[in-house]
Design a protein around this ligand. Sequence first.
Ligand code: NAD
Ligand code: AKB
Length: 313
Amino acid sequence: MVKDKILVIGASGQIGVELTMALRKIYGNANVIASDLREQNPLLEGTGPYVSLDVMNKEMLHVQVIRQNVTQIYLLAAILSATGEKNPNLAWNLNMQGLLNVLDIAREEKLHKVYWPSSIAVFGPTSPKINCPQQTIIEPITVYGISKYAGEFWCNYFNQRFGVDVRSLRYPGLISYKSAPGGGTTDYAIEIYQQALDEKKYECFLNEDTYLPMMYMPDAIRATIELMEAPAEKISVRTSYNISAMSFSPKEIAGSIKQHIPEFKISYKPDYRQTIANSWPQSIDDVVAQKDWNWKPEYDLNKMTADMIENLK
Ligand code: NAD
Ligand code: AKB
């Protein structure tokens, strides 16, 4: 069997830290190279190789891939929905050019596999709100969503035209406690736990009945690894797979927290992120992922809350 050498780009981010640690457990510390534009996350220090790398610098990226004998890339560097609306050009450039640089190098160097995440942000106000299917009307209204939708078709194109084995998931909002989130609309569902513990109160930037699809990080990491380890013939979707775990509103997550911290109080002050949230589906149908590679989540809202509070304490 050929030994894989993996490069994680954006390894210091919310997903990158936990995905790098999980990949190191499977492939061995020395075979998973963490890289990012910013400094290494303290949780990764001493656990394996780290290189400072800008995904926009294609030449440097190419040199690293050749020098380190990289065979797989996980590309996580991106600008998320809320930050993207503040700087649309930057979001478009990074989200598109970063992906094209990786796909080009994957084709030239015949990499075994590439992973690139899409998002529920591809969906827009005209998509079905409840159990939004894999294939449906897709008219995103954020620059982030537009870049993810275009990216999905670039992945499909590189697979069909050049045989690049690139795989992708449309993550819902991801909730975790190990590393901070990077500027998304769903970040309230992370901040709320820390504030509930520290302040016993939280002012939410979405209104109380804003339902969004969400997932706990352990499920997201497992989904990513299960997708990447599935035999290629099982992968029928080369744009990006819908995956789902739970759907809740700020009022419901507050209720779940109150079971552990009865004095917790939530108030609401919606801002520009409300418009973004309103444009997304409330829940996702992931039947294709279930059928193709047996996707099944483990965490619901209350199980996640218990784990978040236990760990944040
Ligand atoms: P994040 O912002 O926490 O991490 C992104 C990392 O990329 C950061 O550490 C950043 O320093 C790095 N980066 C930025 N520009 C770079 C560059 N030019 N070169 C190298 N590194 C660079 O984001 P995340 O939440 O970990 O998201 C990772 C991926 O998953 C993104 O594609 C995102 O769109 C997608 N996603 C995330 C969520 C979520 O809820 N976190 C949901 C859906 C999709
Ligand atoms: C965001 O809110 O931008 C992300 C996402 C759902 O892609 N968490």
